[in-house]
Design a binder for this molecule. Structure first.
Ligand code: KIV
Ligand code: ZN
Length: 524
């Protein structure tokens, strides 16, 4: 049976819509906030990955959120661009305004339906919630034909009431019905049964797309999503690397590869270009500064590594003995060595295009090329990962108020460390010298001397971009000021320089954040 969908036209019964919420549910989790340029870049990568819908943000939450949803709606072509809204008219109007520039747009409106949420969070009677469902979907339909309605805490909602809410949403014109497992409480059979019963009982259910949105508090988000698909859900809401509120959302890469690898058991289709999965995962890790754990399915460093002798022996005889999918099918390549110190500017530009950077302005390209030459001089082998790290450092920081210029550090086992630092602050180069308990402390003190601030350093971490002692260090610095948290990243073959860059990046993000108003609490 096909569904006639306002954004996708005739949908075959086996077509799964991949709805990515990395930029909304993912971005709203602590430490994962992104700036405007980063969001646009990730949205472009998601479009290349082939997602069907990008939930770009929650426009009423803050002017910054509004601006980024609008900018993505304006810049990104291909996927439907979706804005989230509670049931209040102001939310829906703001979301409608933000998504207006999109080729195809969706408003996603939600309200809590469980007794617990209605009583304690909304302080609304069930009948008031039902009225809000009808009113919110009706209003949203005035702006776009593609409207999604979600029953927040749907998996813990009393079934008869859930049926009435879904019926009201469909009658008011919702084209997608989402039943989230908001708190990650459901087990697969249960979630499947909820969807199956809704599809059976609710009038009009055969004309809409049912959607699954599962959180991972019990580590069941992907299993619940698969159960939902088996029960007839044809949209999956997910995030890259499984980021999201608390323990995260269902991971896009895991759902998609489960569907591809077990097509025999799950005969459905989707539009994801699986070979782009790893690149998108790495891009998100670079932007947010959070690497996935080594054993993370599909995109973890060890996901295709075979350590034990027995496994290695089996692999040499026939890879299928221990590999259920090929590393290449998700974008792992055997070698990413490409560039050296003799590579020219044109080759560098081509390489960046191949890495998904699109068109880079001349100034940014010159700066990135200069950094590449510096790295290539110090490091024998320049890997794709090195290029991504240095270009992210350079290109994405074009509009920063504070820029790293130079650093000299004297450190060792005798006496305090001393750092001589130069920063460009709003176009003026300024220098200072500071001492500290070790080279990082001295460097951070020098930054504070040049740019006074009260932000507290709450996290400092160092990782290597590639292997070997000449690898670039990738550092993350988290600053906290008045309850606002920002993460900065830096990369360099010198760990202290990478740390200075990360601190400066975090400060720039803090300046942007200071200009935004307080976000609205996330409740319907
Ligand atoms: O988890 C949830 O219930 C949500 C809704 C806003 C869809 O994220
Ligand atoms: Zn959620």
């Amino acid at each position: 049976m096909t569904i006639d969908h306002p954004s996708f036209g005739k949908l075959d019964a086996d077509r799964i819509i991949v709805f990515d919420t990395t930029l909304r549910d993912g971005e709203q989790s602590p430490g994962f906030s992104m700036n405007l340029d980063e969001k646009i870049r990730l949205a472009e990568a998601l479009a290349e990955l082939g997602v069907d819908v990008i939930e770009a943000g929650f426009p009423i939450a803050s002017p910054g959120d509004f601006e980024s949803v609008q900018a993505i709606a304006d810049a990104v072509r291909g996927p439907v661009i979706c804005g989230l809204a509670r049931s209040a008219p102001g939310d829906i109007i703001r979301a409608a305004e933000a998504i207006r520039p999109a080729e195809r747009s969706r408003i996603h409106t939600f309200i809590s339906t469980s007794k617990l949420h209605m009583k304690h969070k909304l302080r609304m009677e069930p009948e008031q919630v039902l009225q809000a469902v009808t009113a919110s979907v009706t209003l949203a339909r005035n702006f776009t034909a593609d409207v999604e309605w979600s029953a927040e805490d749907g998996s813990r909602t009393e079934h008869d009431f859930l049926c009435r809410c879904v019926e009201a949403a469909i009658a008011a014109g919702a084209t997608t019905i989402n039943i989230p497992d908001t708190v990650g409480y459901a087990v697969p059979e249960e979630l499947g049964a909820i969807l199956a019963r809704l599809r059976e009982r609710v009038p009009g259910a055969d004309g809409v797309v049912f959607s699954a949105h599962n959180h991972n508090d019990l580590g069941l988000a992907v299993a619940n999503t698969i159960a939902a698909i088996r029960a007839g859900a044809r949209q999956v809401e997910c995030t890259i690397n499984g980021i999201g509120e608390r323990a995260g959302n269902a991971a896009l890469e895991e759902i998609v590869m489960a569907l591809r690898t077990r097509h025999d058991a799950l005969p459905v289709q989707n539009g994801i270009v699986t070979e782009s999965i790893l690149r998108t995962s790495k891009l998100l890790a670079t932007i947010t500064g959070f690497d996935v754990q080594p054993n993370k399915a599909i995109v973890g460093r060890n996901a295709f590594a075979h350590e034990s002798g027995i496994h290695q022996d089996g692999m040499l005889k026939n890879a299928r003995t221990y590999e259920i999918m090929t590393p290449e099918s998700v974008g792992w390549t055997h070698t990413s060595l490409v560039m050296g110190k003799h590579s020219g500017r044109a080759a560098f530009r081509d390489k960046l295009r191949a890495l998904g950077y699109g068109e880079i302005g001349d100034n940014a390209l010159n700066d990135a090329f200069r950094r590449f030459k510096e790295v290539a001089d110090r490091k024998k082998i320049v890997y794709d990962e090195d290029l991504v790290a240095l270009v992210d450092d350079e290109v994405m920081r074009d509009h920063d108020h504070i820029k790293f210029v130079a650093l000299d550090v004297h450190a060792g086992s005798r006496g305090p460390a001393r750092a001589e630092l130069s920063l460009d602050i709003d176009g003026v180069t300024q220098s200072s010298t500071a001492e500290g308990d070790g080279p990082i402390d001295a460097t951070f003190n020098a930054i504070r001397a040049l740019f006074a601030h009260d932000a507290k350093l709450v996290l400092f971490s160092v990782g290597a971009v590639t292997e070997g002692t000449d690898a670039q260090a990738r550092t993350t610095v988290r600053l906290e000021e008045g309850g606002k948290m920002v993460d900065g990243q830096g990369a360099d073959t010198d760990t202290i320089v990478a740390s200075a860059r990360a601190y400066v990046h975090a400060l720039n993000k803090l300046l942007v954040k200071r200009r935004r108003t307080e976000p609205v609490a996330m409740s319907a």
